[in-house]
Design a protein around this ligand. Structure first.
Ligand code: FES
Length: 185
């Protein structure tokens, strides 16, 4: 397991600790955050997936330059880490927009009308529902089960789960967001 180290030359701090006088006391880099995550998962069997989830929870995505650090700590190849990230749709490799809407495409939600929600999103944002898309302010992500199968169809907006979502509900959730009319890609 790598030792914690300070900020390297040219590496940008990504947030700051404040001391008791509310002064910026120290900067915390991406490397520091990954080191902390690696330490938290030390000794865990099969740690790669939990580490990747924790990284995405903390940073919003898995930065490309975090992968060598993770690979080295786990004594596996960079290609293996890339392989796992690309296998699981849940992992992002680019930063998300300020708002993230996830819509469930799995069976229980499909049987209760998730396709109508996808049609609304496709019409509104010109996305391919299978792959999602992104505007300046909204990331749209397909997911395959949110563990809310008893109350489908499910969407999650900025981490908050919504059950039995209708096109009207979804429309009203979207209306509360800033202008999200155009997709980037
Ligand atoms: S199938 Fe959609 S939450 Fe499980």
């Amino acid at each position: 397991m790598p030792r914690r180290r300070g900020r390297q030359y040219g590496e940008k701090p990504i947030y700051y600790h404040r001391n008791r006088n509310n002064e910026v006391a120290d900067s915390v880099t991406q490397t520091d955050i990954i080191t902390e995550i690696l330490q938290q998962h030390q000794g865990l069997e099969g740690p790669l997936l939990p580490i990747l989830h924790a990284t995405q929870d903390r940073l919003g995505y898995i930065p490309d330059d975090a992968i060598p650090q993770i690979a080295e700590a786990l004594n596996i190849s960079v290609a293996e880490v890339h392989g796992v990230i690309s296998f699981y749709h849940v992992f992002r490799t680019t930063p998300p927009a300020a708002n993230v809407l996830q819509y469930c495409r799995a069976e229980a939600c499909q049987s209760m009308g998730s396709q109508q929600l996808e049609s609304l999103l496709t019409e509104r944002f010109d996305i391919d529902p299978q792959h999602g898309g992104q505007t300046d302010t909204l990331t749209l992500e397909p997911v395959y089960c949110m563990g809310n199968c008893a109350r489908p169809p499910s969407v999650r907006l900025n981490g908050k789960l919504h059950s039995r979502v209708t096109t009207e509900t979804l429309d009203s959730l979207l209306a509360q967001l800033p202008d999200t009319a155009e997709t980037k890609a």
